[in-house]
Design a protein around this ligand. Structure first.
Ligand code: MOS
Length: 727
C-alpha cells in the first residue's frame, strides 16, 4: 500500500503494545546461545569445510604470478581458488567501489586474492600462508592533507549555495573560521563477516551476516552471473553491523567460489586482522567551517567545506550533510570534495555524513557561542529553524530540537556549569560541562511483510528484515500484536531470509520505521481478509482485541477463523513523494556531558552523559534507549580513542585488531541517561515513528570535546582527543 498523505487517526493513536517497554523477544535465545550466528550454523549444510582468505600485501598494482603448488600439498587442503583462476567478475551496481575478488588488478591493501579450502580452520590457515604471490607494485595516493591543500580554495562545484555567503560573512559582527579533522573509523562490530555457502543443483544458499538481504542477494547473483532466484541468503542473527555489513563482502564471494570448486559446503570468516583493510571504513575528513552572526546570536552566514577520500567510484564521507539543514541562516555555502585515494573502500558507517560532520559543526557552534558571550544552549535555540534553510517552502514534518535542548539542560542541571573554562576543580580533576546538538535524517524505504494467522490464533510475520542487535524482532512483534489485537507472546517473528518478502533492511536508521510500516501493511491486508470472511465489506468496521474479532454484531476468536487452515496476507508499504518532497523528515537530539581531566596526567574521565532525543513515536523505550546509549558509547570512542591511522607511505591502516584500534570499555563509560520526547510525526510513517539508532551517535563526540574545553580551556579541533593535543 501507499503512504502518501500524513497519517491521521489510526490504530496507533491509543496504542497498547507498540510503545511499551517490552523485553527483547529474542533475548532468551541470545543469552542461552540458541541464536546461531553465521559461522556457527552447525544446523545447516552438512559436511562443512573451511576456507581461509589470502590477501594482498600491497596497496596498488597488479598480480604477475601466483604459486599454489606447495600450499596444495599441505595437510587437509582440498583446493585453492585464486583471483587469476576466476578472472574479472561483473561488479554489482552502486555497492562496491572495487571488485571483492577476481582479476589481476590490486585496488587496495588486503584485497582478497585467493581462498584456500581445507578440512579444518587450522589447516586452511596454515596452507594460506604458503601461497606465494608476485606483484608489480605501482604508486598510489594516500595523503588527505596534501589533497586538501590542493582543493581547499576550489568552490567551483558547490553542493549548494544560498544567498551571498561571502558578503554576509564579511559584514557579520562576530565570525569564526576554523578547521577540524576526523580520522578514519572502523565499524569494529563484534561478529566478523562470515558466510557458509552451499550449492545444490546449481542453486546457491548462503548463511551469512548481512544487514541488507535483498541488496546482497542481487549483488551475489550479479557477481556470479546467476539468476537472483537461484540465490538464497539467510541472515537471521547479526552480531553488529554499523554499516560494515550493508553490502556483499568478500567472505560470501570466497565461500561461494570455494564451495563450487570443492563440491562441499564451505565456510569463510574474515579474520579480525583482515577486517580493517579488506572491508570498509568511515573515511577521514578535513572540514573548514565559517560562521558569521549578529551580536544577538543570529547566524547570517554559514559555510561548511570538507574533504574526504574514496577509491575511484566510491562515495566518501558526506560530512557537510547536516549543515545544509540544521541551523537557520540566510547565506549559505556548502562544498564537499572527494579525493580519490587508493586506501581500502570508504563507505557508510553509522550515521554516515552527520556523525563526522557534527564532530566539527558542533565544536564550531560552541566556539561561536563563546565568541558571542552566549550560553551554547541558547545560541543553538536562537538559530532553530522549522523549515529547510535551503528551501524554505519545505517545512520540517515534526521538529522539537529546542525542546531537546531545554529539557536536556533542565534534566542535566546545565545551570551549574561554570562558563569560565579551566576554572572548576574537584581535587585533582578539572571539571567541564559540554553540550552538542544532533541531527540525522529520518528516512523510510519500501518494506514488505507476510503475516500468517495460524491454528490456535497465533500470528507469524515473515520479512527479510534484519536485526543487527537493534530490536527488530521485538518491535515487529509489537506492531503485529497491536494491529491484530493479540498479546506479544502470540506473535512469532521470522527475519533475515531472502525467501521472505523484501523489506527495507537495516541501514541509514530507516529499519525500524520502515519495517514496522511494512508489517502494518501486511496486517491491514489480513484484517481485510478477516472482514471478508465475516461478511463485512469495510475492514475498518471490525475491531480486533484480546484475540477476537468484533463486527459490531458478533464476536469470533482469531483461533476459530484459522480452524480450517491458516490465513495468509502479504503487502508492502511504499512511501510517497509527499514525505521527502514536501517535508523534511529528520531526528534531533541534545547531548550533555560532564567530565574530569586530571591535572597531573591529563587523563579524561567521563562523569555523566545525558541525551534528550526527538525521534517521533518511540516504538519501544527499552530497545530505543539501548540504541542511543550504544551510540553514546561509540561517540565517546570517536571523541577520545578511535583512530584508523594511515600509513601514507604504504597505503594501509596499520591497526589490525581491537587492541590497536581502541574502543571504549565499561570502565570508560559513566552513568548514561536518555530521555525521549516521544512525539508523533504524522509524515514519517503510519506508525508516526522514526529511527534512533544513528541519532544516538550524532553530536556525542563534540559534546565531549566541548566539555574538555570547558574543563581545560584548550580547544582541540582534531580527533581523537589524545593527550598530546591538549596537554
Ligand atoms: Mo548504516 S551506516 O546505513 O548501517
Amino acid at each position: 500500500m501507499q503512504f502518501n498523505q500524513p497519517a491521521g487517526d489510526n490504530l496507533f493513536d491509543e496504542s497498547r503494545v507498540v510503545g511499551m517497554p517490552a523485553q527483547r523477544v529474542d533475548g532468551p535465545l541470545k543469552v542461552t546461545g540458541q541464536a546461531p550466528y553465521a559461522y556457527e550454523r552447525h544446523d545447516v549444510a552438512e559436511g562443512q569445510v573451511v576456507g581461509y582468505p589470502v590477501v594482498s600485501t600491497i596497496a596498488r598494482g597488479r598480480i604477475t604470478g601466483m604459486r599454489t603448488e606447495v600450499a596444495r600439498q599441505a595437510p587437509g587442503v582440498l583446493d585453492i581458488v585464486t583471483t587469476l583462476d576466476v578472472g574479472e567478475m561483473p561488479m554489482p551496481s552502486g555497492m562496491n567501489a572495487a571488485p571483492l575478488f577476481g582479476g589481476a588488478e590490486i585496488w587496495h591493501y588486503h584485497q582478497a586474492v585467493a581462498v584456500v579450502v581445507a578440512e579444518s580452520f587450522e589447516q586452511a590457515r596454515a596452507a594460506a600462508a604458503l601461497v606465494e604471490v608476485d606483484y608489480d607494485q605501482t604508486e598510489g595516493s594516500y595523503d588527505l592533507e596534501s589533497a586538501w591543500q590542493e582543493m581547499r580554495e576550489d568552490r567551483s562545484d558547490p553542493v549548494s549555495r544560498v544567498g551571498d555567503f561571502e558578503s554576509a560573512y564579511d559584514a557579520a559582527e562576530v565570525t569564526l573560521d576554523a578547521e577540524y579533522r576526523t580520522p578514519s573509523h572502523s565499524h569494529a562490530m563484534m561478529e566478523p563477516h562470515a558466510t557458509i555457502a552451499d550449492w545444490q543443483d546449481g542453486k546457491l544458499t548462503v548463511w551469512t551476516s548481512n544487514q541488507m538481504v535483498e541488496w546482497s542477494r542481487q549483488a551475489l547473483a550479479t557477481t556470479l552471473e546467476m539468476a537472483p532466484e537461484d540465490v538464497r541468503l539467510d541472515s537471521p542473527y547479526i552480531g553488529g553491523g554499523f554499516g560494515a555489513k550493508l553490502f556483499l563482502r568478500a567472505d560470501a564471494v570466497l565461500a561461494a567460489l570455494g564451495a563450487r570448486k570443492v563440491g562441499r559446503p564451505v565456510k569463510v570468516m574474515l579474520p579480525r586482522p583482515m577486517i580493517m583493510n579488506n572491508t570498509t571504513h568511515r573515511a577521514s575528513t578535513i572540514q573548514r567551517i565559517r560562521i558569521g552572526a549578529q551580536s544577538d546570536g543570529r547566524i547570517t552566514a554559514i559555510a561548511h567545506e570538507a574533504i574526504s577520500h574514496t577509491l575511484p567510484g566510491g562515495s566518501g564521507e558526506n560530512a557537510v550533510a547536516q549543515t545544509r539543514r540544521f541551523y537557520a541562516g540566510e547565506n549559505r555555502l556548502i562544498v564537499n570534495h572527494l579525493a580519490e585515494m587508493h586506501l581500502p573502500e570508504a563507505n557508510a558507517m553509522r550515521a554516515p555524513g552527520e556523525a563526522a560532520g557534527l564532530m566539527a559543526l558542533e565544536i564550531a557552534m560552541d566556539e561561536m557561542a563563546e565568541k558571542l558571550g552566549m550560553d551554547p544552549v541558547e545560541f543553538r535555540a536562537v538559530n532553530d529553524t522549522q523549515v529547510d534553510p535551503e528551501d524554505p517552502e519545505r517545512a520540517y514534518s515534526d521538529r522539537h530540537f529546542v525542546e531537546c535542548l531545554r529539557q536536556g539542560a533542565e534534566a542535566f542541571g546545565w545551570d551549574a556549569r561554570n562558563t569560565a573554562p579551566g576554572a572548576t576543580r574537584d581535587g585533582e580533576w578539572l571539571i567541564g560541562y559540554g553540550v552538542a546538538g544532533a541531527y540525522r535524517d529520518g528516512p523510510a524505504m519500501q518494506s514488505g511483510a507476510r503475516v500468517r494467522l495460524q491454528e490456535g490464533g497465533r500470528l507469524v510475520v515473515e520479512t527479510d528484515m534484519t536485526d543487527i542487535g537493534t530490536g527488530s524482532y521485538t518491535i515487529l512483534a509489537q506492531t503485529v500484536a497491536e494491529t491484530m489485537g493479540v498479546g506479544i507472546d502470540e506473535v512469532e517473528v521470522r527475519l533475515g531470509d531472502s525467501a521472505y518478502p523484501v523489506s527495507a533492511g537495516s541501514g541509514g536508521q530507516w529499519g525500524a520505521a520502515s519495517s514496522t510500516a511494512g508489517a502494518y501493511a501486511a496486517c491491514l491486508a489480513l484484517r481485510e481478509q478477516i472482514a471478508g470472511r465475516l461478511g463485512v465489506n469495510d475492514p475498518e468496521a471490525i475491531t480486533l482485541a484480546d484475540g477476537a474479532v468484533n463486527t459490531g454484531e458478533k464476536q469470533v476468536t482469531l483461533a476459530s477463523l484459522a480452524e480450517d487452515g491458516e490465513l495468509v496476507a502479504e503487502d508492502s508499504m511504499e512511501f510517497g513523494d509527499f514525505r521527502d518532497g514536501e517535508h523534511v523528515v529528520s531526528t534531533f537530539a541534545a547531548h550533555f556531558v560532564e567530565l574530569g581531566v586530571h591535572v597531573g596526567t591529563g587523563e579524561i574521565r567521563l562523569r555523566r552523559m545525558l541525551a534528550a532525543c526527538d525521534a517521533g513515536r518511540i516504538l519501544n523505550p527499552i530497545t530505543a534507549r539501548s540504541q542511543v546509549i550504544g551510540g553514546m558509547v561509540m561517540g565517546v570512542g570517536a571523541a577520545m580513542m578511535e583512530d584508523m591511522a594511515i600509513d601514507t607511505a604504504r597505503g594501509y591502516f596499520p591497526a589490525h585488531d581491537l587492541a590497536g584500534y581502541e574502543v571504549p570499555v565499561h570502565m570508560d563509560i559513566p552513568a548514561q541517561e536518555v530521555t525521549f520526547l516521544d512525539t508523533l510525526d504524522p509524515v514519517s510513517t503510519p506508525l508516526k515513528a522514526k529511527g534512533v539508532g544513528e541519532l544516538g551517535l550524532c553530536g556525542v563526540a563534540a559534546a565531549v570535546a566541548n566539555a574538555v574545553y570547558n574543563a581545560t580551556g584548550v580547544r582541540v579541533r582534531s580527533y581523537p582527543m589524545t593527550m598530546d593535543k591538549y596537554i
